[in-house]
Design a protein around this ligand. Sequence first.
Ligand SMILES: Cc1ncc(COP(=O)(O)O)c(C=O)c1O
Length: 394
Amino acid sequence: MSAKVKIARRVAGFGTTIFSDINVSAQRHHAVNLGQGAPDFDGPPEVLGAAVTAVNSQLNQYAPGLGMQAVREAIARHAERFYGQKIDPTCQVVVTSGATEAVFAAILGLTDPGDEVIVFQPVYDTYVPNMVMAGVRPRYVTLRGEAWIFDPEELARAFTPRTRAIIVNTPHNPTGKVYSREELGIIAELCVKYDAVAITDEVYEHILYDGVPHTRLATLPGMSERTLTISSLGKTFTVTGWKVGWAIGAESLVNAVNQAHQFITFAVASPLQAAAVTALGLPNAFFANLQATYQGKRDLMLDILRGAGFRAFKPQGSYFIMADWRGIAPGHVKDDVQFARWLIENVGVACIPPSFFYQDSDKHLGKYFTRFAVCKKDETLAAAAERLSRLGKA
Ligand SMILES: Cc1ncc(COP(=O)(O)O)c(C=O)c1O
């Protein structure tokens, strides 16, 4: 007799993520998968080699909860090298299981049930479920138009006496927006006014196009003491499966994250932490080359999509392109989910329907878009191009 399992209310409404659905469907139809933001190529050999060496050097037992000292020092040096931030590695860094755990631990450690946290939509898909599990109410501010800008008045209205935090993801998934210094200034002023914490998700900090600079909110006036900066190895070093991330900031903020982290994962894979020291210490040329490589892929993909009839928006960073599909879909396709299914089944290319990045009442805002990931081998992009080029010729 099978047990009758009662799923807890805090997770019952979640369903499976759209990424899983698309991956399963893409596999079934042998589609070229430009859906999930996971590269289909490997990271720098010296970083991979450092992990192998660590495994073979008996670095296979628990690391300290805050992270290995050498990694925390490497994270602090990286913050100083790229942003001039001065971070004390002994108390202002915590190493987490990817940026994903850092965001969740930050929400758990910094909010109480009934508090509010502001997010910009389209919103990366883990934040709101994290809030639901913490009993926190999300407040949405919408990014609009080709440049994905927010209305400062809408943002000001979202702040209330219950606001504990705002999450800012820059460069942004799924739009590729990079928040300007001016936009971050508006956010900073409101955080100071309402005594709110900023939690920034900067996992795409090194994937930038056309010379657009990445500004760290923590470096704006009044923000160093109230910003928790989160990032990870995954995107920058093409090791998304490693799940090594971190949160840095004022000691009190890092303590709050660690209060939760110590009872979620406690510590992060030791050999991968050892490899993080090598990764974060790579010379500036590595980071410049990364940008050049991705800029090439973004430009190639923009040409492919525009050539196929999409109205593709040009991202400033991250590895995604948002594109309006109305120019190419047949009349029976009515929304982004139907479009994604149609593209997989009839063209053999997978993409992500972005309505899932909006709250229920605003899903229509994502209806005519689709999201493509460019973090793929040139051969993969060429295979997608070949399939997409048949569109309109049937
Ligand atoms: C905005 C954003 N944050 C976090 C993550 C996940 O980061 P990690 O693998 O370090 O947990 C992703 C991955 O797609 C992302 O796009």
